[in-house]
Design a protein around this ligand. Structure first.
Ligand code: EPS
Length: 359
């Protein structure tokens, strides 16, 4: 099972090809609406004001509203890809932006709205993830849910997953939404940007998904999540906090009633334990700022860079559905691999119940 995407932010369209998807999954264009809207720009004042409707066209792999097993091709046409400063930024490097490394690698650059390095590409990851989420839910009852667990220095006072769809930040504490609105309004006016952390919890996994050495479940998740634009860190379970833990504290006690804790994040030895999967993703602050900064141009001249345009002051805000999608795609791939090698997924081993989501 594999996914690849194509298209540029200011090109005519973006799209993806999903190969190896099982036949018989019911899919219609409307299925994509909810998650694409959660990720889209222009839906609240706290994100980029680019206004894309993100209508999915199913080009192949689906007949009479079910997948046929052949490659699924999805297309979304760009409709609001205007930009005024192509000429100006075409030869300048934005500090912290991929335009420098694209130039070093290819010696050619598509300056139209960040081209291929734009977060626009993540639209197609979310679209592909919709199919994976649906398949995982129908076959295993797996649910993948993300939330924002930090913006700058602000962390939630409490975690209530039932409120994250009710505010523009995917924030798990309804009492702090006003504070976040004020923080983001001030940040946007200042012209600066800020980093963020997204947590993802997947429940309902059977034990046994993942490979023991190459293709470890945590390795695949880290790779998939790290491949999202602006990601600088991925943690599984307690992540970097394990550095300060004692073994007696970190190990998850086992009893007939289930694991007593979930420091491991639902993975041991690269294989799922049957507990909730927990991972956490760090997003850097957006590099395209209207605050002036010294940089170089492609000729080595010192230039002052000011990036105008419709950029996100906190790219992490829209990242929750993207992280969910990447986790779902990895889980679907691992479930299919496990079924190929071991037969019926989850039926060969007695399941030890896990702790609750976030536990
Ligand atoms: C982006 C810059 C902005 C965002 C874009 C990501 O686009 P533009 O270059 O048109 O101002 O709006 O995000 C999307 C269009 C999207 O759908 O996520 C960037 O530089 O990454």
């Amino acid at each position: 099972f594999s996914v690849t995407t194509f298209g540029e932010s200011h090109g005519p369209a973006i799209g993806c090809v999903i190969d190896g998807c099982p036949p018989g999954i019911a899919i219609a264009p409307d299925d994509f609406r909810h998650d694409l809207d959660r990720r889209a720009t222009g839906r609240t004042r706290h994100t980029s004001q680019r206004n894309e409707s993100d209508e999915v066209e199913i080009l192949s792999g689906v007949y009479e509203s079910v997948t046929t097993g052949t490659p699924i091709a999805l297309l979304i046409r760009n409709t609001d890809q205007r930009s005024k400063d192509y000429a100006k930024i075409a030869e300048q490097f934005r500090p912290g932006h991929a335009d420098y490394t694209y130039w070093q690698k290819y010696g050619i650059r598509d300056p139209r709205g960040g081209g291929r390095s734009s977060a626009r590409e993540t639209t197609m990851r979310v679209a592909a993830g919709v199919i994976a989420k649906k398949w995982l839910a129908q076959h295993f009852g797996v649910r993948v849910q993300g939330f924002l667990s930090q913006i700058g220095e602000i962390v939630p006072h409490g975690i209530d997953l039932s409120v994250i769809e009710d505010n523009p930040f995917f924030w798990p504490d309804a009492h702090q939404v006003g504070e976040l609105e004020q923080y983001m309004d001030a940040l946007r006016k200042s012209g600066d940007s800020v980093g963020a952390r997204v947590d993802v919890v997947a429940t309902g996994l059977p034990p046994g998904w993942g490979e023991p050495i190459y293709g470890k479940l945590d390795g695949e998740l880290a790779s998939a999540l790290m491949s999202i634009n602006a990601v600088k860190g991925v943690e599984i379970g307690d992540g970097f906090a394990v550095v300060a833990q004692k073994g007696s504290e970190h190990r998850d006690h086992m009893a007939p009633g289930g694991f007593a804790s979930n420091h491991a994040g639902g993975i041991l030895g690269g294989i799922s334990t049957g507990q909730p999967l927990r991972c956490s993703v760090a997003f850097k602050p957006t590099s395209s700022l209207r605050l002036p900064v010294d940089s170089l141009d492609v000729h080595g001249n010192v230039v002052e860079v000011v990036t105008t345009g419709r950029h996100d002051p906190c790219v992490g805000i829209r990242a929750t559905p993207i992280c969910e999608a990447m986790v779902a795609l990895v889980l679907m791939d691992q479930a299919l691999r496990h079924r190929a090698q071991c037969g019926d997924v989850g039926s060969v081993t007695p399941r030890i119940p896990g702790s609750e989501p976030g536990g």
